[in-house]
Write a protein that binds this ligand. Sequence first.
Ligand SMILES: [Zn+2]
Length: 503
Amino acid sequence: MNKFYITTPIYYVNDKPHLGHAYTTIAADILARYYRKQIGDDNVFLLTGTDEHGVKIAQAAEKAGKLPQDFSDEVSAQFQATWQKLNISNNDFIRTTEFRHEEAVIEILLKLKDAKGPSGQPVLYQGEYEGLYCTGCEAYKTESDLVDGKCPDHPKQKLNHLKEANWFFRLSDFQTDLKKIIESGAFKVEPESRKNEVLSFIHDGLQDIAISRASVDWGIKVPFDQDQTIYVWVDALLNYLSALGIKDNSEKFQKFWPAEVQLLAKDILKFHAIILPALLMALDLPLPKVCFAHGFFTIDGQKMSKSIGNVIDPNELVDTYGSDAARYLIISQFPFGNDGDIKAEEFVKKYNADLANGLGNLVSRVLGMAEKYFSSSVPAGKYTADFDLKSFWQTYDKNFSDLKLYDNIQLIQQLVSWCDNYIDSEKPWELAKNNNDKLSQVLYNLIEIVRHLAYAISPYLPETSDQILKKLNIQSVEENYREIGLVKEGTKLDKGESLFMRK
Ligand SMILES: [Zn+2]
């Protein structure tokens, strides 16, 4: 891989940032940070942003007594502030109300107007839509989508009956091609369960979709039909292209498109695994490599909701635990891709177990012994521990290329436990009495492992990683950091303060 473009969805500004947004964004950030180490900062691009058009925003703004733009400005700023607090290293933040986005969307619509699908028919046509619309999803619903006559995701929302003339996108024309590229893996939908879900949806038959609205004002006007605005989802999906500068076919666009990975939650899978690829095929553009949908989570067994009052604000987690620990607590709950339950009262336990008593305590212990027995300098030795660091890094890379972010957390925790057991079995405090050579050797091994740990945690815990490297007197990232035995005899160490205070 020589470049890595990764995207999160752009988040709808009808809601403040919550744990679900943070989960996807932290995951994307971890991957971006990993690849920056692998292929260089200039070759990685992490995009996130906010989705600001549509009925739902107009209504939310009205309810707040604000203009939609002012309302969007405020909520978008909250997202940006939250990502800063969580130390998200996004390269850009796109807003769909920005001029650069709107002008790109208009140009893309004009291109679509002239484009023909696989059957040779124009991909856009005028038609009449009649049916039910869920404002919660900002999507039309067919009878088969409904459960007891209601949207399964928004059972409290009244479905609107809409009848209007719209522009349609001939999605049905792309059915065969979509099936082919998903089955062949030319366009990967992951995990496997999500791929099957998309394929069975395609198998049931794709219907053309209305891509404009006569009844919605808060949106980008259709360039060839000023009475209509562009359907918010089509508008939103194009952010991945507009942010790179597709309009001017910029260098950035040429370098980074298509995305290597698009991360999203499973509720918006159809938009990313069906509509976006079909639009791209219509535009004759290459498709993203991987569309990865992670699961939903519940909080203490219940769906996260304002009415239950179990919405967790990621900002509060940062205030309580700090940015690194908040990232860790959010991402370490359950395997990436699965559904899972977040137990809010477990946060403090997990913080203490994994970070304060785990990693933090190990670093203090090792540097404490170096201080006590070797006046805080690296003793003589070479790496002889029977922990195989080489295969550790191989598994680590494999996990990242499989998007197994959680598995690497396990891998890191296993190494921490291995060290704790090693200390307990070698008993350096006894070696100090009678076997100074062996004591040097044991300490050398531990310091070397701590150095590897500092690099391994860096995508997850970037500040902690820097702190450990400083303690080891490593001023900047070593180019060949994975080599074994780079720790040099005589290097001054600094135990300093604990990495994580117990809570
Ligand atoms: Zn809905």
